[in-house]
Design a protein around this ligand. Sequence first.
Ligand code: SF4
Length: 185
Amino acid sequence: MKLSRRQFVKLSGASLGGLLLPRGAASAAGIQRFRLHKPIGERHTICPYCSVGCGLLIATDAQGHILNAEGDPDHIINRGALDPKSIALPQLSNSERRLRKPLYRAPGASSWREMTWDEILPMVADRIKRTRDATFETTENGVTVNRTRAIAFLGGAANNDEDCYLASKLTRALGLVYVEHQARI
Ligand code: SF4
């Protein structure tokens, strides 16, 4: 586009005027047009992808959808730095394909069915207890072992110190010896 000197000065003045308007006056309508949710504040959490356990600041809307994820500058591990996986966290959290209820596939069944947590947790607890009791070994070659080798426990990267403490107490109390972490597999 060819501009005369007069047109150039007019256009520059209009653009500069837009930039110098009080904050919000010129842009509020434009910003509002693109805003999908209203943020309600930041929460601290931990990146779920690997065992480094970087700290995140999460902004969510009133429905709990994640709007933004960024590094927590006060976190002792990452000091605000993040890799691309964790910045994509909103996509994982808000995905339509995300599982939100436990799925159960009975022995021999070819399909999964949804269950509630109230249904599935007693079922899991009952199976752990029965398996542990049926396979518990007290001694081996005269040495006290008090263990079961029929159950394994696998931790995940999103477990924090407190989760791991409780998981360790529970699994050792049950006599589990196969206690592992996702990051070592
Ligand atoms: S940000 Fe990267 S390094 Fe840190 S916990 Fe997540 S995946 Fe691991």
